[in-house]
Design a protein around this ligand. Structure first.
Ligand SMILES: NC(=O)c1ccc[n+]([C@@H]2O[C@H](COP(=O)([O-])OP(=O)(O)OC[C@H]3O[C@@H](n4cnc5c(N)ncnc54)[C@H](OP(=O)(O)O)[C@@H]3O)[C@@H](O)[C@H]2O)c1
Length: 265
């Protein structure tokens, strides 16, 4: 381990894109602080990465729907003498039931997990990054942020927030040596669709629409290092984002309504 190694805080590191970022950054020599709810998975990954790459790898189990979680994570980093140089705001999921049939607690949890917690984490790590004159922040948005709103789901609205705010933060922070990138993947082979309960439908989609998480991470990491505020990984996703963006509002609305996942029940 290099004592002067930079440290990356990765949320949602127990699976999918987050675990892939952990592998990628460990291979690059970054120390890691891994966060998710499933501590056993985090510990297993941490042990593996330390053995393979000789990097320090700490684990903090937290439920990011808990408003106290972001401050608790940073307190833990302080106790461990870790300055956060890289933040990968990745933890997320999509709601799976219609708005009016979903308890407020679950909706509020989605907002806390994918809007409030990542925003607070940025606010907590930025002063240290500014002081050191270097920082890299990747916020997981989605190609859905360019798509028409999907009926009932908060997801497209949430990911649009992430896309918009990441650009705003990049404008403010770039002069301080801090790059902020909204990473906007399309269909990526992770546990996301298992959690959402859409695995069967997703498996019927054409293979060309899918990316492996490694491809998403490699392109996303290269983008933040180059200072690109937005990264849509993969050619197919770039084409679909570009095609959806210029849709007139009325047409976008109709498209979203046509693909309403809840219209049959
Ligand atoms: N896969 C796709 O097709 C796709 C496309 C576009 C964007 N994305 C975005 O990419 C990000 C990563 O998703 P993924 O595809 O890698 O999904 P995934 O394989 O299901 O991983 C999601 C990660 O988020 C963590 N997480 C979920 N709820 C959490 C909570 N309450 N507190 C803390 N951690 C929590 C999970 O850990 P625990 O369960 O252990 O807590 C897991 O590590 C998400 O923001 C997602 O919206 C995914």
């Amino acid at each position: 381990m290099t004592p002067s190694a930079r440290t990356a805080l990765i949320t949602g590191a127990s699976a999918g894109i987050g675990a892939t970022f952990a592998r990628h950054l460990a291979a690059d020599g970054y120390q890691l602080l891994l966060v998710a709810r499933r501590a056993d998975r985090l510990r297993e990954l941490a042990t593996q990465l330390t053995e393979q790459h000789g990097v320090r790898c700490e684990v903090f189990a937290a439920d990011l729907t808990d408003p106290a979680a972001p401050a608790a994570i940073l307190d833990y980093a302080d106790q461990q003498d870790l300055d956060i140089d890289v933040l990968i705001n990745n933890a997320g999921l999509s709601g799976k039931t219609a708005f009016a049939e979903t308890e407020w607690e679950a909706l509020a949890g989605e907002i806390q997990l994918m809007v409030t917690a990542p925003t607070e984490l940025v606010r907590l790590v930025v002063p240290g990054m500014k002081e050191r004159g270097w920082g890299r922040i990747v916020n997981l948005s989605s190609v859905a942020a360019f798509a028409p709103p999907a009926a009932s789901l908060l997801y497209t609205g949430i990911k649009s927030y992430v896309l918009n705010v990441s650009q705003a933060l990049n404008m403010e922070l770039e002069p301080h040596g801090i790059h902020v990138t909204a990473l906007c993947p399309g269909f990526t082979r992770t546990e996301f669709h298992d959690v959402m309960g859409t695995r069967d439908a997703a498996d019927h989609l054409p293979r060309i629409l899918w990316q492996q998480p490694e491809a998403v991470v490699v392109e996303g990491w290269a983008a933040v290092m180059k200072g690109k505020p937005v990264c849509v990984p993969g050619v197919v996703n770039k084409i679909s984002a570009a095609a959806m963006k210029p849709l007139p509002t009325r047409l976008g609305y109709l498209a979203g309504k046509t693909f309403n996942p809840f219209k049959n029940g």
